[in-house]
Design a protein around this ligand. Structure first.
Ligand code: SAM
Length: 213
């Protein structure tokens, strides 16, 4: 969901950094060949992720929800030269597509793809992270957060996507709508948890920035 008018969205995009050619090609190929292309972060949010990563200069990055690899490559833009990005996705059919685009980037050898359920993979990662991007199934957001916090370096940043969930977080919630119920609970948790400080930014579908204190 987009909360601003198309005119304003276009204006914002035209007054932000251009989409790098590699990402524009990945964006195009995702729309041509892969189901549900709207899941990809896209030009503007991608530039936000890139900028945040460049400000943080992370050594190790974790992404939950690779999809076609767009946001992973945006996050790599700020990664230290000796750094690593671990990215997790449950869809086997995306692995070769992701790898093709990772290997076209300067960070191919620094990116590790993990295939499977994120809740199974995260506990086995023996890495301390400076930057984490949570962008997979909403029903597990609280589980992901609880698994990740002990693996964060002090001052590390956790980014959570889709936290406004098309505005459903402020509407009456249907009793079968588990994703919205979890996101409402998750947003309260991020606000109240003393281990982090949080701002919820109204970027695209809502992007929370949480800093581990
Ligand atoms: C919104 S897309 C990620 C988009 C990507 N971060 C980007 O911005 O380009 C969510 C991805 O999470 C993956 N996913 C969903 N449930 C998952 C789970 N339980 N464990 C790992 N990955 C999962 C989906 O297969 C999908 O590719």
């Amino acid at each position: 969901m987009h909360f601003l008018s198309q005119d304003l969205e276009d204006y914002i995009e035209h007054h932000s950094e251009k989409e790098p050619a590699l990402l524009a090609a990945l964006n195009k190929e995702t729309y041509q060949k892969i189901l549900l292309p709207r899941m990809l972060s896209g030009h503007f949010q991608g530039r936000v992720l890139s900028m945040l990563s460049k400000l943080i200069r992370p050594l190790n990055i974790l992404e939950i929800g690779t999809y076609t690899g767009y946001s992973a490559l945006c996050l790599c833009e700020g990664m230290q030269t000796t750094g690593s990005l671990h990215t997790i996705d449950i869809k086997e059919e995306l692995v070769d597509f992701q790898r093709k685009h990772f290997d076209l980037s300067p960070w191919g050898t620094q990116i590790t793809q993990h295939l499977g359920e994120a809740t199974t993979i995260i506990p086995d990662l023996d890495v301390k992270f400076d930057l984490v991007f949570i962008d997979a199934d909403k029903e597990n957001y609280i589980n992901y957060f609880e698994m990740i916090v002990p693996k964060m370096n002090q001052g590390g940043i956790i980014l959570s996507d889709n936290v406004l969930w098309s505005g459903k977080v402020v509407q009456e919630v249907h009793k079968n709508d588990i994703s919205t119920q979890i996101l409402i609970e998750y947003n309260k948790l991020l606000r109240d948890d003393p281990r982090i400080e949080t701002v919820l930014l109204p970027i695209r579908d809502g992007l929370t920035v949480s800093r581990v204190v």
